[in-house]
Design a binder for this molecule. Sequence first.
Ligand code: ATP
Ligand code: MG
Length: 470
Amino acid sequence: MMMGDSFGSMGSSMASLFFLWATIQQIFPNHLKITIKEFLLSLFQQLCFAQRVSDHFTNLFSPYVEINFPESDKYSFNQAFSAIETYLESKSTDKSKRLRGSQVKESKGLVLKRNEAKVRDVYEGVNVWWEIVVETDGNRYYKLTFHNRARSLITNSYVKHVVQEGKSIIVKNKQTRLFTNNPSSQWVFGQNMWRSIEFEHPASFETLAMDPKKKEEILSDLIAFSNGKEYYKKIGKAWKRGYLLYGPPGTGKSTMISAMANLLNYNIYDLELTAVKNNSELKKLLTATSSKSIIVIEDIDCSVEFTGNRIKKENSSRERYGKEDKDENSVTLSGLLNFIDGIWSACGQERIVVFTTNHLEKLDPALIRRGRMDMHIELSYCTYEAFKILAKNYLDLDGDEAHPLFREIKTLLEETMISPADVAENLMARNHQINVEKSLRLVINTLEEKKDNQKSQQEKKKQKKFKMFG
Ligand SMILES: Nc1ncnc2c1ncn2[C@@H]1O[C@H](COP(=O)(O)OP(=O)(O)OP(=O)(O)O)[C@@H](O)[C@H]1O
Ligand SMILES: [Mg+2]
């Protein structure tokens, strides 16, 4: 539009110059001889001058306003640039003739994106034009042009809308990654602390077998957390949330962490504490994690420091390093608590901390006191409610009594402790052939076996007690 104006004025300057030359040639055929080459050179010089003057006047009187969004801003990446890029790429591709195919996530299929240097957008009935400009030194910026009339609408709300929309598309399409910490011997100048791989786990809350009410409660807690930026700011608390998942092996603790990551599109930082030498290393590792992430410490009871064996561990660490200062030689409970309590909150926001344990009773009370871990989630042995979810996942059986054998399984589940992992193992199709009857019979057999074992173990315990006190 403005470019069109410039070209128009350029064309009219050229025509008038050519007309001038022809007139001069006719009036003074013998006095002022200019060759066509000289004329073109002069024309070019005139043109450049005319263009500069025209640009100047166009800018001076143009009713249009421009805003530039450079890709980098003083050596740092301008995040608004990538948000704008994503937003523009996502604009309707129906009429676009230049498209780019890309795949950000295997599960999300091929995505067609707009691939044009200039894009027109309409916001609340107002036209705006975006153009990607590449300077001679390779620097890029997005130029936004709009009519001065819409100045306050565009600067106050449209730009904000574009950046927010772009960022949310980035989050949606983000390929989540699973990070694991490297031992400090492999760190190079504060780099290489974490190694990562693409995270492609199919776990979801939908397929997670647990009490539906409890599941709903956790889901809404997670969603409220992820939308809670303003709320956390208002109450003056770091935007973090801690979950303690506890329960016997195979009840879905790790599966739930994967489901959380998939739900929120967060990265997972799986912190292996045995590879961390001391609090200082722990601090460096944690500060190197990005926001929108889940920091996981699995089997926290196995990190001896945090259990009743703390004193024992301190002594042994002193022996190992021959030094007195325990903080220098080991990760301590207080080091970890500092992180949870948000002392290092300045180094990142929107983070979830998850601890898992098989033995809640072994943990130091300081670690699990309310307020520190916001939610304690018990993942228990398989209930009938959980079984129904597994039957739906594995056998496509949907409903309260979707199969006559369900009733028997229900009674057995009430009397037997079996993990969802053990039930799932029996429901798993052999050679991808679902055999409902056979799978359910297998579940019943396993349940009966476990029931007998558990009964005889209880008997033995009773006899032992009887002998001790009797
Ligand atoms: N609640 C559940 N819902 C659906 N599948 C489950 C559930 N619990 C376990 N499973 C199945 O069992 C497998 C093992 O479960 P998972 O690793 O999540 O258990 P865990 O509680 O982390 O065990 P551990 O304490 O040994 O680490 C999973 O891959 C999943 O297939
Ligand atoms: Mg686990």
